[in-house]
Design a protein around this ligand. Structure first.
Ligand SMILES: [Mg+2]
Length: 135
């Protein structure tokens, strides 16, 4: 699988418990931003991640050019958009490995052994979320 996009955590990854930047972070981000799309996600929240990235002048590495739709004008524009988000609590994906690598929680398919049965789209959230496994 060729590397295309890298997700980077904040607490304990970019910064230590005293909110100091780990050595080598900026140099690595500079290299990665030239080769890949990198995104920053934190369970503490996208706003917190944004604050840390701005404090250390790292936000520039997380900007990507993309087409953005403006519904009120019904038009698309090119814009530079920060890839800084909350970490998801739940990911819906047919590939358990990608789910576990992101969130550590998995909603297993409801019919044992048949991951391609998409009937679970019709199951209520209460029942579906009861199936969450802790990673
Ligand atoms: Mg962390």
């Amino acid at each position: 699988m060729p590397v295309r996009r890298i997700m980077i955590d904040v607490d304990g990854t970019l910064i230590d418990e005293k909110h100091n930047l780990f050595p080598g972070v900026e140099n690595k981000l500079k290299i990665w931003a030239d080769k890949y799309e990198i995104e920053c996600r934190s369970h503490t929240g996208g706003g917190f991640a944004m604050k840390i990235l701005k404090r250390f002048d790292l936000l520039k590495y997380f900007m990507i050019e993309m087409e953005v739709y403006l519904p009120e004008q019904d038009k698309w524009i090119k814009a530079s958009v920060p890839q800084v988000f909350d970490k998801p609590d739940i990911i819906v994906d047919d590939n358990p490995d990608s789910i576990l690598s992101l969130a550590g929680k998995l909603i297993p398919p409801p019919l044992e052994g048949d991951i391609k049965d998409y009937k679970w789209w019709t199951i209520g959230d209460l029942e579906l979320f009861k199936r969450l496994k802790r990673g």
